[in-house]
Design a protein around this ligand. Structure first.
Ligand code: ADP
Length: 247
């Protein structure tokens, strides 16, 4: 890959919850096209970092630049419009609609609620819907009600609903949580497939999943970055072992 400008650049970030610093002096950057795993013990600040990136939590200090935009100056809905998509752990699909209706609705939602209710589907939109349906591996369930999907399939549908809005940065919180082994495996493969076109940050607690699918990892500890590198570097790092074992 050729050298690209950072898609995301965070400098000396601080997040203060009534006197408690959940993030302290954090520097973090990402280049376009990366698939970065964010790991670290409980309370390290991983979720808070995602919350800052999607505008749910405001920094008390520091810079958060996405392309050339200062994200700290924008509200959550604006940040979504600017191209940051966030998937939370609990699925937010419409269970009484079909899989393809969920995708279409999400695609139209990007242009505002009114257009999502009244618009007709254009051939281009249908093509796009089919493209993402294929990507998440749910073509054979296109006309099934979302409520009838398995837990894993619901998660993939939700990822598809984010992808169809074509964010530049995708934030995922434990995408494989609660999945069966085969669903977990498919999720890992899906992340790699997506990362051909999209920059992704994944917060993950399941170390088996991380070992299997992560190439580059950022380890957080006590609100800051402890280590960053390839999975192999991280696995052989004494300091990382120490914070995980709590020695
Ligand atoms: P992680 O995702 O790495 O487990 P979090 O980002 O959830 O860590 O939390 C980091 C720290 O900030 C924890 O000590 C947590 O208790 C605290 N924290 C998170 N959210 C809040 C909040 N809204 N108010 C007060 N403390 C919070």
């Amino acid at each position: 890959k050729e050298m690209a400008a950072d898609l995301l650049r965070i400098e000396q970030l601080e997040v203060d919850f009534e006197g408690f610093k959940a993030i302290r002096g954090l520097d973090f950057s990402l280049q376009s096209g990366e698939l970065r795993f964010l790991i670290g013990p409980n309370g390290a600040g991983k979720t808070t970092l995602l919350d800052v990136l999607c505008g749910k939590v405001k920094p008390s200090k520091g810079k958060v630049r996405f392309k050339d935009i200062d994200l700290s100056k924008h509200q959550e809905h604006q940040i979504a419009q600017l191209g940051v998509g966030r998937k939370f752990q609990a699925p937010s699909i419409f269970i009484t609609l079909t899989v393809q209706e969920n995708l279409l609705l999400s695609m139209r939602q990007k242009r505002g609620l009114l257009s999502s209710l009244v618009a007709k589907t254009t051939p281009e939109q249908r093509d796009k819907m089919k493209y993402y349906l294929h990507m998440i591996g749910l073509e054979h369930k296109a006309k099934d009600k979302a409520g009838s999907l398995s837990h894993g399939e619901k998660q993939w549908l939700e990822i598809g609903m984010l992808l169809i809005q074509e964010p530049e940065l995708l934030l995922l919180d434990e995408p494989a949580a609660g999945m069966t082994d085969s669903e977990t495996e498919k999720t890992g493969e899906l992340l790699h497939k997506i990362s051909d076109q999209q920059t992704i940050v994944v917060v993950e607690h399941d170390m088996e999943f991380v070992r299997q699918f992560a190439k580059t990892v950022t380890v957080m500890h006590e609100g800051t970055v402890l280590r960053e590198g390839t999975m192999q570097d991280i696995q052989n790092d004494d300091k990382v072992a120490e914070v995980y074992l709590g020695r």
